[in-house]
Design a binder for this molecule. Structure first.
Ligand code: COA
Length: 144
């Protein structure tokens, strides 16, 4: 597996990766708008033999503090360390990394806790599901 920095040329690829992992659709243009912002950074993991994309992480912030906007690994290759490698690359760019995760996203909560993130708060009714249900978010922090 290789990891490279995200650039504008990756936006169609990461829109497809995102669509495989989330019900809410973010277009290629939506990613281009985000990736084009000066404070946005991220990484793409891909197969070094055929360039097939494995997963990505997108963050916003600077070397003092930043937050994870989104992270995803293709469903077929989860639990093989892809997101862990992406998280490590992103956390190396900043002293404090924050994120929000839905209280019912148990695999992501386990993932962040495994990688040393600590829960620091709760945001009530933060997410609205397509059926109208409101879900709390947990706020996590990682300090280098
Ligand atoms: C969360 C996610 C990014 C993890 O990606 P990954 O490449 O599988 O992560 P890694 O292989 O580096 O880490 C695996 C660890 O994550 C956690 N984990 C991943 N999938 C899990 C599952 N189905 N059930 C429980 N824990 C899980 C575990 O702690 C696991 O460690 P273990 O295998 O030793 O138990 C991936 O599940 C994903 O893309 N989910 C959908 C998108 C999403 O919810 N993103 C986070 C939004 S806040």
């Amino acid at each position: 597996m290789n990891i490279c920095e995200l650039g504008l040329g990756h936006c169609a690829v990461i829109a497809n990766l995102h669509a495989e992992s989330f019900t809410e659709n973010w277009s290629t243009q939506a990613f281009a708008d985000l990736v084009g912002l000066p404070a946005t950074f991220g990484f793409l993991a891909f197969d070094c033999e055929n360039d097939d994309p494995f997963g990505f992480i997108l963050c916003q912030g600077d070397n003092i503090e930043a937050e994870i906007i989104t992270i995803a690994t293709r469903p077929a290759i989860r639990r093989q360390g892809v997101a862990g490698a992406l998280l490590k690359a992103a956390c190396a760019q900043t002293a404090r990394m924050f994120l929000e995760v839905a209280t019912d996203n148990l695999s992501a909560i386990s993932f962040y806790e495994k990688h040393g993130f600590a829960k620091i708060g709760v945001r009530k009714n933060y997410y609205k599901r397509s059926d109208g249900a409101l879900v709390n978010a947990l706020v996590y922090e990682f300090t280098a």
